[in-house]
Write a protein that binds this ligand. Structure first.
Ligand SMILES: NC(=O)c1ccc[n+]([C@@H]2O[C@H](COP(=O)([O-])OP(=O)(O)OC[C@H]3O[C@@H](n4cnc5c(N)ncnc54)[C@H](OP(=O)(O)O)[C@@H]3O)[C@@H](O)[C@H]2O)c1
Length: 254
């Protein structure tokens, strides 16, 4: 199938990360011109043909820098992939332990970064937005309260925005991955294993079985990128307001 991405322009945030990096490489392989933004531009990202922006997307200066680069380097944005998010450095405790600061930082990272980047790029946006949520938005007790809640807000925002932008021809969809082996887990995994009194490597190998992932294994960043690239492409031209779960069968309810 031809995804019809040759010559299209794309902005990808969290482009140095596991999932974002795979999306950048997949888009380039399809012939797209890509601008990749991250707090730190990794060597791997530098080795691609993507134009890069090194910016903290939790700051208004960082978002403005990204907007300026998108305008000057790409002219317009056919596809925006909002990948910024995660659990880095945030308290994994239960409700009594969680401060307002933790909640606020979680929402800045997992919700507001996506909202602000989308708003800033709106005048340049031509075809599609894909927001990276999580299976935890569907199954909140499988992660920290603030993670499921802030990502569920992102998923709800995406659904509403699909309605707002549909009439001007811009589609908005969400992906909800689970258990994708990326650097996110190098930071989050040891904290989970410590809390459970388990060895990190043991936890990582047991986790898919323990939480009953139907396919019995971790997913790869490429497997997430494949779905994101499809959703962002003209080949998915009649898909908007959707949420694609990429979890190896983890979620057992409709
Ligand atoms: N991996 C999974 O199992 C999984 C499952 C469901 C959903 N997700 C979601 O997928 C997305 C990507 O995650 P990943 O697994 O690819 O994680 P990752 O490999 O840790 O990549 C995240 C990237 O985002 C960057 N970043 C963080 N804060 C930023 C900021 N303020 N401004 C600019 N860049 C920033 C990080 O930079 P630093 O390294 O400098 O922090 C990192 O390069 C996240 O939204 C995550 O919640 C992941």
């Amino acid at each position: 199938m031809d995804l019809q991405l040759a010559g299209k322009t794309a902005v990808v945030t969290a482009a140095s990360g596991g999932i974002g990096g795979a999306v950048v490489r997949a888009l380039i392989a399809e012939g797209a011109r890509v601008l990749g933004a991250d707090r730190t531009v990794s060597d791997q990202l530098k080795r691609t043909s993507a134009v890069t922006v090194e910016a903290d997307l939790l700051t208004s200066d960082g978002v403005e820098e990204l907007r300026r680069a998108a305008e000057s380097e790409l002219g317009g944005v056919d596809l925006l992939v909002n990948g910024v998010g995660g659990l880095a450095g945030l308290d994994l405790g239960t409700l009594p332990d969680l401060t307002d600061e933790t909640w606020q930082r979680a929402f800045e990272l997992n919700f507001f970064a996506g909202v602000r980047v989308t708003r800033a790029l709106l005048p340049l946006l031509r075809e599609a937005v894909v927001n990276v949520s999580t299976s935890v938005a569907h199954w909140p007790s499988s992660g920290p309260h603030w993670y499921g809640a802030s990502k569920a807000a992102l998923s709800a925002f995406s659904k509403g925005l699909a309605d707002e932008l549909g009439p001007r021809g811009v589609r908005v969809n969400t992906v909800s991955p689970a258990l994708i082996r990326t650097p996110l887990w190098d930071e989050y995994g040891p904290r989970v294993s410590q809390a459970r009194g388990k060895d990190f490597e043991q936890l990582m190998s047991d986790l898919p079985g323990q939480i009953n992932v139907t396919l019995g294994r971790w997913g790869t960043p490429q497997e997430v990128a494949n779905v994101i690239v499809f959703l962002g492409s003209p080949a998915a031209g009649y898909v908007t307001g959707s949420d694609y779960v990429i979890d190896g069968g983890l979620l057992k309810v409709l």
